[in-house]
Design a protein around this ligand. Structure first.
Ligand SMILES: [Zn+2]
Length: 344
């Protein structure tokens, strides 16, 4: 089968299209014909460049994490999908045995494996993956949309489940024009929240305005705090999702938070240490929590929710043969929405 293979860490030039042997599914695995793969910053570009601290690869290695495709064969123990099913796959394979997994909080699993990092990935015509990370996608949803939401959708669903979002809650989503941010804002809206989406770039805010959120704001604007106050009747937002970890933005996010409010993070794209005002935190009984990824339950919950016609934005697709260009494009951070590889 055709696959994009790396034999060493390095620039996008280390990605080579080669002939690799097709995998066979183990008893608890599903063999999927891959049609669309998300190209992401940490799991894809970071792993290829040797910057992913979790990546200890055996070369040759096939990259590729979350993706969508068609089931072609299932192992003997597989019951939830069958050949011909259209599916999306997340890369986070929790162990299922540790205290976090047994408590249904598998995002805290210390020994989870990642497709495309600890296992061979999806930059290939075929990949075999554990049944528990495979879910059927809604009829009518394209493989591109399936791949674009396969990981970020369940992560957002997990965040809002853990913090107990209720319909009508005000939710602030920072960097809402990023691939993860837009899906997060869409999930909040689909769950009945009133969403304030933010971006620090003019042209990205313009595109966010077409998405039907309650408000689109700029956290750098001096009026930001007042704007949130006006929208929320002086209360602030119940939930703020901030996956940026920006030292200049975080105080604005905390300032927008209501009493008993929660800031939740599942990423640190800017990766700066941020100042937390503990005095305000305790006086207003607020919290800040981190959630690494998703639960198994959120895979079911998200795909049920997405069946109501949810679609995110796909910025650009590249055929697998142009995987190097796709990596360069993601590294240049030119995208609004998802960047995908496709295989016919
Ligand atoms: Zn575990």
């Amino acid at each position: 089968m055709k696959a994009a293979v790396i034999h060493e860490f390095g620039s996008p030039d280390v990605l080579r299209i080669e002939d690799a042997s097709a995998p066979r599914p183990a008893a608890d695995e599903v063999l999927v014909r891959v049609h669309a793969i998300r190209v992401g910053g940490l799991l894809d570009v970071g792993t290829r460049a040797g910057r992913n601290p979790f990546a200890r690869l055996t070369f040759p290695h096939i990259l590729g994490a979350d993706f969508a495709g068609e089931v072609v064969e299932v192992g003997d123990a597989v019951t939830s999908v069958k050949p011909g099913d259209r599916v999306a796959v997340t890369p986070f394979v929790a162990c299922g045995r540790c205290p976090a997994c047994l408590a249904g909080r598998d995002y805290g699993c210390p020994s989870a494996q990642l497709v495309g990092v600890h296992r061979q990935g999806s930059y290939a015509e075929m990949v075999s993956v554990p049944e528990k990370v495979v879910r059927r996608i809604p009829p009518g949803l394209s493989y591109e949309q399936g791949a674009a939401m396969a990981l970020s959708g369940p992560v957002a669903f997990t965040q809002f489940s853990v913090v107990g979002l209720k319909a009508g809650d005000w939710v602030l989503v920072t960097a809402a024009a990023s691939g993860l941010g837009l899906v997060t804002a869409l999930v909040a809206k689909a769950l009945g929240a009133r969403v304030i989406a933010t971006s620090r770039k003019d042209w990205k805010r313009e595109m966010l305005r077409e998405r039907g959120f309650e408000a689109v704001l700029d956290t750098d604007d001096d009026a930001f705090g007042n704007q949130v106050g006006e929208l929320t009747g002086g209360q602030g937002v119940a939930i703020a999702v901030d996956n940026t970890s920006s030292a200049t933005m975080f105080p604005e996010v905390q300032g927008a938070l209501a009493r008993l409010g929660v800031i939740v993070t599942s990423g640190a794209q800017v990766a700066e240490p941020v100042p937390v005002d503990l005095r305000s935190l305790y006086l207003k009984s607020q919290s800040v929590i981190g959630i690494r990824t998703h639960t198994q339950a959120a895979l079911d919950g998200f795909w049920r929710l997405a069946g109501n016609g949810m679609e995110t934005l796909v910025d650009k697709t590249f055929p697998l043969e142009q995987v190097g260009d796709a990596h360069r494009y993601v590294e240049a951070e030119k995208n609004f929405g998802r960047v995908l590889l496709t295989i016919d």
